[in-house]
Design a protein around this ligand. Structure first.
Ligand code: HEM
Length: 483
């Protein structure tokens, strides 16, 4: 009995310390300080509740604590903002005290597995490579990518008709993911890219939350896939790299060639250059493929919405050769794209406070302490009952202009904002538009059977709480070529 006394005393001490730490009063000293989500153990904070189901955790905190709250997660302090103008205040931060460097390097480590030279690779991407992509993927220059992409995506989609014109069952990763991957890689990297890397890309992307924990043996399937991807991309650039640009990379885009030229001039290693290209490839595909995945899935479970969209696209095709931008695209398709971005976006913006600072949230100056993270919970904004009717429902026509509505609905905040706003947003919307137009022109897409089980959305994977909603389930559909 005496042996366990020190243990009991120790546990008691932890509770006393924990209780004193958990009292919000410690953190509400400054005016407008965020409410702290109560927790029991110092350092660990709310980690276990968060880790059980991150998406639900943020949803419940939003309901309980409102537009600003502070959460302690295993040594990290995160101020979560769920108000649209508070999120804009983060992305447009003029104090320069909020930086994405810390979180970016974390992502860089997860995606490439690199552990050295991270500061300089980040610097290079932030100052040289992203400004290149910002220019080449702008509406006036993106033809450099979209021309090859359109050609390749059409070819890939036509190639899915492999059953002599008869219906066939196909999984969505083969209907959307693989064709998109091939087309995107062809458009960016040209004809010599190792296109057989799709399943490795999938394994890396789906294991990313585990890889980001940086714990040994966690997400090892993703780690192996990542190594193979890096080696194949390094082989793909080898001729050009070793010959100092004398040997060409056939049909590679300006985006990739200018980026490679910068990388070579900066004297990074060939593998580091491959890592930078892998990051670009991931940025291109990861969110785009999942947005299309959810759009198609919603249509497959809702016959009426599918029929309506198919009809509108058909009518638009009869009026013009091919709608290809917002102004000549059928309004229902544009609404479906916006509704998908609204429904499926999670948290998009995380920054680190390098110094004490403030952000403006709904007219209040909220203090952020040096060393804290700030996260914009865009999902909370997009699913806010006071702005959107039935916010959890996917309504294909939600963004159609209606005469009876006084103010139009706010556009989704899917692209972030300010200095780090998504440079690929115009290409992403172009891809979503083109995919739907071409796919529904070529095929009728239906659920595999009419039972309830096949008419439900796949289960959302709660681990993916940054970027877009994801799932670990495969969805099968029947595609029937239209004659
Ligand atoms: C539907 C698809 C997409 C979504 C939802 C999306 C979303 C985002 C968001 C929210 C950010 C800002 C992150 C932050 O503020 O920290 C971002 C940044 C970025 N995106 Fe996208 N993106 C998509 C497609 C693309 C595509 C097709 C590309 C093409 C390469 C791309 C390349 C990038 C790059 C390079 C950045 C970093 C910009 C910077 O830090 O300066 N994205 N994206």
């Amino acid at each position: 009995m005496l042996d366990i006394l020190p243990l009991v005393a120790f546990i008691g001490l932890i509770f006393v310390v924990a209780y004193s730490q958990a009292r919000p009063s410690v953190y509400t000293a400054l005016p407008n300080s965020p409410t702290t989500v109560p927790y029991l153990f110092p350092w660990i904070g709310s980690f276990f509740s968060f880790n059980r189901d991150p998406l639900r955790f943020f949803q419940e905190c939003h309901q309980r604590y409102g537009h600003v709250y502070k959460v302690f997660l295993a040594g990290r302090i995160i101020v979560v903002i769920t108000h649209p103008n508070g999120i804009t205040s983060i992305t447009r931060d003029t104090t320069r005290n909020l930086t994405n460097k810390d979180i970016f390097i974390h992502m860089l480590q997860g995606i490439t597995g690199f552990s050295a030279n991270l500061d300089s690779i980040h610097e290079l991407l932030d100052h040289k490579i992203f400004p290149i992509t910002k220019m080449t993927l702008s509406p006036s220059s993106m033809l450099d990518i979209t021309e090859g992409l359109d050609k390749s995506l059409r070819r890939e989609l036509r190639g899915l008709d492999q059953n002599k014109g008869l219906p066939r069952v196909i999984q969505l990763s083969d209907l959307i993911g693989r064709p998109l991957y091939t087309a995107g890689c062809y458009a960016l990297f040209g004809s010599t890219f190792p296109f057989d890397t799709f399943s490795d890309f999938q394994a890396l992307d789906s294991n990313l939350p585990q890889l980001l924990t940086q714990l040994p043996f966690i997400g090892y399937r993703g780690a192996h896939a990542r190594d193979r991807l890096l080696s194949k991309i390094a082989d793909y650039i080898e001729g050009w790299w070793e010959s100092d640009g004398v040997e060409e990379i056939p049909e590679a885009s300006t985006t990739v060639m200018q980026s490679l030229t910068e990388l070579k001039a900066s004297q990074v290693s060939k593998r580091e250059a491959a890592g930078a290209l892998l990051l670009l490839l991931w940025g291109f595909h990861s969110n785009t493929w999942y947005m299309l995945f959810w759009l198609v899935t919603h249509l497959v479970v809702d016959d009426k919405a599918m029929a309506q969209l198919t009809q509108d696209l058909e009518a638009a095709r009869n009026h013009q050769s091919l709608p290809n931008n917002e102004s000549n695209s059928p309004p229902l398709l544009e609404s479906a794209i916006l509704e998908t971005l609204r429904w499926a976006t999670t948290s998009t913006t995380v920054r680190f406070a390098e110094d004490d600072t403030e952000i403006a949230v709904n007219g209040l100056r909220v203090p952020i302490n040096k060393g804290e993270y700030v996260m914009g919970d865009v999902r909370a904004v997009h699913h806010d009952l006071s702005t959107f009717e039935d916010p959890d429902q996917f309504r294909i026509g939600r963004y159609m202009t209606k005469e009876d509505r006084s103010a139009p609905l706010p556009k989704p905040m899917a692209w972030g904002g300010g200095k780090h706003m998504c440079v690929g947003r115009h290409v992403a919307v172009h891809v979503m538009r083109l995919f739907m137009l071409e796919c529904l022109r070529l095929y009728e897409i239906k659920a595999v059977a009419s039972g309830f089980e096949t008419r439900r959305l796949p289960r959302i994977s709660s681990r993916h709480f940054i970027g877009s909603l994801k799932t670990n389930e495969e969805v099968h559909v029947v595609i029937s070529p239209r004659h």
